[in-house]
Every structure is written in structure tokens, then in C-alpha cells.
Write a protein of this length. Structure first.
Length: 257
């Protein structure tokens, strides 16, 4: 399934992109808490989300979210200790989670310091418990209220890289793989879990990603080469929020905001 051009929303610059993304986060949290009493969100690593998390921790946005009802997860993690500078958990903790009143028991990090395959299995068990599917391995896939993703210059998303064996995974929710591109192990959500979400929000910024964004959104469907194309929620909303620089090579330019 390909993403349609109508799913792309173009912001004039990076600052506008972050402001719009923050409004999307606040709205998703409010809707989820109103309907179910909690907000399950999967955070992303990378430089672009860092600015979003820092913004959410400001007085402009933090008071608009009931953080006591927020459950924070991660879509992927590098297999490093939580204190490591490249840890996705550490980035989110420093930019956001340590600055808002989220309950410690509602922060569900991937144990990057563990053996990678064990960390993946443990995280899937934690997800199943959180979504009340612990006793039934055939239970429906967990449905996140919001999953935040980025897209790499090679078309990867989460830790699903070109040629990744996890790209076609249909039963497991979480897998571990050695990322040759980074010479390290990573733990990642599978497409089966991502595509069960109520909403998936891609954040893409910068001219260096323009050519790849056009390939992913407008080129042939080649998910093994371009894993970002695998993201297509079955019964949810997919939104690409991109700045004008990243959208520079799109044929129609998306929906300007």
C-alpha cells in the first residue's frame, strides 16, 4: 500500500513543523484520554524529534497534557545503556520526560543494555502486558494511540533498514537485528505493530531528505529497499509532516499549511 499525496502536510520551515507536530501530539493525547483514560505513545529517536520533545516540555504545551495518563514507549532503540549519549531513551528523558510529571511506572523503555534478542523478547512481553494481551500469543496486535517516526536519508524508519529481515515480520511485535549500516545491534517495532496504530506521524525535515522523500512517496513501491513505504496503518491515520526543504522535490508539494 502506498502513501497518498493527500497525507503529506508541508510546513514552511523547521520551527513551524515542530509547532504543528506539538499541536498534533496534544490533540492525540486529549482524544485518547477522553476515550480510554490513557494515552499510549511510541516515541522516536533522531535529531528532529528532539526539538518536538523540548517544545512539549515548555509552558506553552506541557500544561495542556494530563501527563499522569501518558504511557511512553519507544519504536526502536540502539543496544546501548540508558546513560549512553546515543540512547533514544536518554534523549527523550532529557528533552521531555524529566521535565513533565509523567509517572515513572508509565515510562516503558527498551533495555538496550541487555542481550539484543532478550531485550526484544522482554519488550514484547511488556507490550503485551500493557495492552492486556500477555496470556494470548495470538491476541490482536497492540493499538498505539500515536507512533512518531522519522525517515533516514536511506529510506529507513525506526530500525527497519533497507534489506532488513524484519520488514516482512507478521507475528512478532518487536525484533532485534544487527544494523550493518551503524555497526551495532538495535531493537525495533515491526511493521505489524506499527500498522496497527490509530495514528502514525512521520516527521521529516531538511533538504538532504528531499530526494528520498520523493522516492518513498511518489516512486515505485519497493519496501525492501525503502522500508518507510511499509508504514500503512490498516485502520488508522498516516500523516507525513514535512518542512518545505524536505518537500522541495515532491511533484505536487503536498498540502501547504
Amino acid at each position: 500500500m502506498k502513501t497518498t499525496r493527500a497525507d503529506v502536510e508541508v510546513l514552511p520551515n523547521g520551527d513551524a513543523l515542530m509547532l504543528f507536530a506539538a499541536e498534533c501530539f496534544v490533540a492525540a493525547a486529549a482524544d485518547a484520554i477522553r476515550s480510554s483514560g490513557r494515552f499510549f505513545v511510541a516515541l522516536s529517536g533522531g535529531s528532529t524529534p528532539t526539538s518536538l520533545y523540548a517544545l512539549l516540555a515548555t509552558d506553552r504545551y506541557a500544561p495542556r497534557i494530563d501527563w499522569s495518563r501518558v504511557h511512553a514507549f519507544w519504536g526502536d532503540e540502539r543496544c546501548v545503556p540508558p546513560s549512553d549519549p546515543i540512547s533514544n531513551y536518554r534523549m527523550a528523558r532529557e528533552a521531555l520526560l524529566s521535565r513533565v510529571p509523567v509517572r515513572p511506572e508509565n515510562v516503558h523503555r527498551i533495555r538496550g543494555e541487555s542481550v539484543p534478542t532478550e531485550a526484544a523478547s522482554a519488550y514484547e512481553r511488556e507490550l503485551r502486558q500493557a495492552f492486556r494481551a500477555a496470556d494470548d500469543p495470538k491476541a490482536p496486535v497492540a493499538r498505539f494511540d500515536l507512533i512518531i517516526l522519522g525517515m533516514g536519508e536511506d529510506g529507513h524508519t525506526a530500525s527497519l533498514f533497507p534489506g532488513s529481515p524484519g520488514a516482512g515480520e507478521e507475528s512478532r511485535w518487536v525484533t532485534a537485528r544487527h544494523a550493518a549500516e551503524a555497526s551495532m545491534w538495535r531493537v525495533t517495532f515491526t511493521p505489524a505493530l506499527i500498522n496497527a496504530a490509530a495514528e502514525v506521524l512521520f516527521l521529516v525535515s531538511g533538504r538532504r531528505k528531499a530526494a528520498m522523500l520523493r522516492r518513498v512517496l511518489e516512486g515505485p513501491y519497493l519496501p525492501q529497499e525503502l522500508p518507510a513505504q511499509l508504514v500503512a496503518p490498516r485502520a488508522g491515520r498516516l500523516r507525513w509532516l514535512v518542512d518545505a526543504a524536505a518537500a522541495a522535490e515532491l511533484t505536487a508539494g503536498g498540502n501547504d499549511l
